[in-house]
Design a protein around this ligand. Sequence first.
Ligand code: SAM
Length: 343
Amino acid sequence: MMAGRGGSAVAGGPALHIPVLGRPAVDFLNVHDGGIYIDGTFGAGGYTRAILAAADCEVIAIDRDQSAVSRGADLVEEAKGRLTLTEDRFSNLDAIAREAGYDLVDGVVLDLGVSSMQLDTAGRGFSFRLDGPLDMRMSGEGATAADIVNCAGERDLADIIFAFGEERHSRAVARAILKARANAPIETTRALADIVASVVRSRPGDIHPATRTFQALRIFVNDELGELVKALQAAERVLKDGGRLVVVSFHSLEDRIVKSFLADRGQSRGGSRHAPEIKRPPATFRALTKRPFAADDDEIVRNPRARSAKLRAAERIEAPARAGVPPDLFPHVPSLADALKGR
Ligand SMILES: C[S@@+](CC[C@H](N)C(=O)[O-])C[C@H]1O[C@@H](n2cnc3c(N)ncnc32)[C@H](O)[C@@H]1O
């Protein structure tokens, strides 16, 4: 699905999702007249709206969630041709820009994770606080969280929950899931949350015991970390010299990927004091944030979701984008196909 293109001002309007770190994200993008920007995570359009308001520029916005794209139709209309909104995955962002007529762009921004609309709609199955079908698919396509929970073998389940949820009790959770599903399939968020809570204890004030298991399944179902790695590489290919990359992440797994990508791309030399120097291709990015930029207290009070947000930004340097597939960051996590086989 795709809409819009052309030129002028955009009026404000209510957004269901309160943008996190929206102001610094747009500042780091260095938005200017005539610029072309990719918002890879349109959501409720908070970032896109701010970019369009900052200068007479164009935005190519992407979201894999069909409902986000439909909800954005009004903004496309308001933007009078300055906004193209596409239902797709952000790992394809360079191809999407080419399709919109641009080989190179001035900025790419990614505000990772799920939107409040996704989280707060029981029927999407993302939340352990709301009872709904155990779905968790952002795009509504492919295997659901229920498919994984009811098909995957105990070891695969434990590996997924450990790697993507950093859940210390992953083996106990996997065991409890297998025990429960031997009686009846696990089909709802409430059923899964109760199973996890039966083996993961929490003290008052702790996060909900199912938080980490739900995070793990959501990341796995949507291949969120694979998408992120591919999007960073696509951004490297599509950003012009001096173009900006801005990524807002919400947990350490995402932030670690962004941090190591920028560290790698910022180096033209390798080796260490103890090893011979390795000649590497020239650096492609210059980091603009030595440490991740975080929300201030005011924003956290207004929007508690901002508490865990970390923003990293970098500027593209003129040098060929690097080829090659990054090493498998999570070698113990099964592929989706293997998990569904129930090995
Ligand atoms: C945190 S919200 C973005 C909110 C947005 N910045 C705003 O101000 O309204 C993340 C959005 O990114 C989308 N998303 C997540 N992963 C994606 C991917 N790989 N490709 C495209 N969209 C994705 C989600 O569907 C969700 O709508």
